[in-house]
Design a protein around this ligand. Structure first.
Ligand SMILES: [Zn+2]
Length: 91
């Protein structure tokens, strides 16, 4: 019997490793928009973060999303992401 390896993801803020279901995925869509990906399946470069405000804010402060997604996040992008994140994290 083969054991299937569960691919681990890493939180961009605190570095915790866990199954991808434990994280909220932020994705850069092919047209350059940055959004929360509630399905975890959207196309594009993704960054994972724990569903906690602490990790989200730390990732913003340390520009981890910008680095992981290779985008420049404007203040209004951060505001929108924060709202989407809070909705996704409070499930
Ligand atoms: Zn974290």
């Amino acid at each position: 019997m083969k054991t299937r390896k569960i691919p681990l993801r890493t939180c961009v803020a605190c570095g915790k490793e866990a199954d991808k279901r434990e994280f909220v995925r932020i994705v850069r869509t092919p047209d350059g928009e940055v959004a929360v990906d509630p399905t975890g399946k959207a196309n594009g470069r993704g960054a994972n973060v724990c569903p906690t405000t602490a990790c989200f804010e730390q990732a913003v402060k340390r520009k981890r999303f910008a680095a992981a997604l290779r985008v420049n996040l404007r203040e209004e992008d951060v505001e929108r992401l924060r709202r989407e994140f809070e909705r996704a994290a409070s499930k």
